[in-house]
Design a protein around this ligand. Structure first.
Ligand SMILES: [Zn+2]
Length: 274
């Protein structure tokens, strides 16, 4: 399904056909569900073209990747610290969805995990293999590769800054949960809608009669794999629970610093076989 085929009046979260276009941005519109207040962009990624030749890693793309290679080192350590509170990684089976360059997998492996990762970008996969010797998977979570070969297989599945990018978050979480063992842990983080810049932008948009969208465009993106939905903490916790997970941790920051409350960080444990 692509952008022109989906009826965006159908809420991507509660599936009721009561969403309406509220915030018009320059190249897209944010729909708001009148039932569950979910905010999502009228944008979906196109399906990958079949038989498309794989883009090869060039010196230019290599340099572009290397410019940003260390920028999330500290965040990765915080994420590792977070999951270690709920899971002994030694000899655990782990899957990182949206693995980037495989750097989180390296951390997991250092702690004895048997890790796998999914990364849709062929350039990032090539770079991960060349630089770190990490062989990331191109098969997405809905593929037979995972859904027949790895049911109830993993102790840990992570989605760091991923759920805001996918076309259909509910479906992604259900498919991921199927791959968890009963008792397995799913951890994720994503931007929150309950932050001052978002709330201020909504008010300014209303007061200006739609002329000023302020920071709203920075929360969303129409590029392929861009941000398509921004959750509230409750919306995402409820979604995890509907996917068969019991919330074992919900927080908004990896640190205790003031003014750093800017994310939704959740851990859920699979309660029953699905
Ligand atoms: Zn809804």
């Amino acid at each position: 399904m692509n952008t022109s085929e989906y009826n965006f009046k159908r809420c991507k979260l509660c599936k009721k056909t009561v969403a309406i276009p509220i915030y018009a941005l320059s190249d897209s519109t944010i729909y708001v569900c009148q039932n569950c207040d979910f905010h999502f962009l009228n944008q979906l990624d196109q399906q990958p073209e079949k038989n498309k030749t794989e883009e090869l890693l060039t010196e230019k793309s290599r340099q572009y990747i290397e410019l940003r290679i260390d920028e999330n080192n500290h965040l990765r350590q915080s994420r590792l610290h977070f999951i270690k509170k709920y899971l002994n990684l030694f000899q655990s089976e782990t899957l990182d969805i949206g693995a980037g360059l495989g750097q989180f997998q390296i951390l997991l492996n250092e702690h004895g995990a048997r890790s796998k990762g999914i990364e849709p970008s062929s350039l990032r996969r090539q770079y991960a293999l060349e630089k770190f010797g990490i062989d990331l998977h191109s098969e997405l979570i809905n593929s037979d590769y995972w859904q027949t070969g790895f049911l109830q297989h993993f102790d840990l599945i992570t989605l760091w800054d991923v759920i805001e990018h996918v076309d259909f978050p509910q479906e992604t979480l259900k498919l991921a949960t199927k791959l968890l063992k009963p008792g397995g842990i799913l951890c994720l983080d994503t931007p929150s809608r309950e932050v001052f810049p978002y709330q201020l932008s909504q008010q300014v948009y209303r007061l200006s009669g739609g002329k000023i969208s302020l920071f709203l465009p920075s929360f969303y993106s129409t590029v392929r794999y861009g941000h398509k939905q921004i959750f509230t903490s409750k919306q995402l916790s409820d979604l995890l629970e509907r996917s068969g997970l019991e919330i074992i941790s919900s927080t908004c920051s990896y640190t205790n610093k003031m003014f750093s409350n800017n994310k939704i960080i959740l851990a859920g444990r699979k309660t029953a076989p699905t």
